[in-house]
Write a protein that binds this ligand. Sequence first.
Ligand SMILES: Cc1cc2nc3c(=O)[nH]c(=O)nc-3n(C[C@H](O)[C@H](O)[C@H](O)COP(=O)(O)O)c2cc1C
Length: 343
Amino acid sequence: MSVDLSTDYLGIHLASPIVASASPLTGQIETLQRLEAAGVAAVVLPSLFEEEIVAEAFEAHKFRNLEVSGFAEANSYLPAVPDMPTDVDRYLSFVAHATQELSIPVIASLNGFSRGGWVRYATELVEAGASAIELNVYLMATDPAETGASVEERIVDLVYAVCNAVPVPVAVKLSPFFSALGNLADSIVGAGAKGLVLFNRFYQPDIDIDSLDIQPSLDLSTPADLRLPLRWVGVLHDRLPCSLALSGGVHSSRDVIKGLLAGADVVMSTSALLRFGPEQVREFTNGLTTWLEDNEYESVEQMRGSLSQCAVPDPDAYERSNYLKVLRHGGDRYLPRYVIADK
Ligand SMILES: Cc1cc2nc3c(=O)[nH]c(=O)nc-3n(C[C@H](O)[C@H](O)[C@H](O)COP(=O)(O)O)c2cc1C
């Protein structure tokens, strides 16, 4: 029996639910081609950052001002601004190159946190050939005076601006750290997003006690990191009119299967592909196919969401009852929860 692995993500038909998320692996044509050859169904390119765009716009502005306000003779020694390829230009050329070299959909990633002129670069990514935009809204709400509502409003405004700027679908990559994630997700979809990527990974800085410095740190995920996105995909499946991508902790075909059972339309991976190589995609696809056959499913579509919160007999298992069970009995294998001493 041959099983149908195809899926729809952001309205785009994909041959399978395996997508390579943004990372250095998707930032080189050679590794992109290896990912495609191993059977990945779509790729998300590394992000173009708001800061990069804004810094370059600022430099270009300074340069132009120098040109108009300086001496005419001196101006003639200045190279014209459009002749200097910038990081943004290089990113746009990379998008164009990747879309030419691959036959799978290429999703470009914009990473930012504020609504502003930089958003118009979304259009350029589409002109360069991107099939969709992934908008990574990474922000740290550190100002004690800013309310949660205002942070969320900023995000929704940004999503609205990007969705309105481009004719292709937009997915929003979110962090899990919101007090009412379901409601924010609903507002993001209301602002025009066609999909949610759950979740963005926060890299926490570390403290170096020798150099007395704050150090950036990057740890790859482990399969235990799957639980958080798994839960939220399970909770949001069939509740919002949008696609769901699970991102975080997908290291094996078992993790892929869990993500699909919870209700993901696609399952994304980075750490495992960095650790084991792009060919790990084959293990994902082969393991998924075998599992579907063994369990007599004809397609991914047929099994998707069958263990989502809406589908399971005990929906509370996704909420507080799981927490209670874990705290009341989960520790038993280490120590009894409490012991009342006999007098
Ligand atoms: C080295 C590295 C670079 C990454 N670069 C980006 C990026 O440019 N944009 C982005 O949205 N996510 C980026 N990510 C995050 C991944 O796309 C992914 O969301 C995260 O690693 C969690 O998935 P995983 O558990 O499969 O690794 C990066 C991750 C790593 C490890």
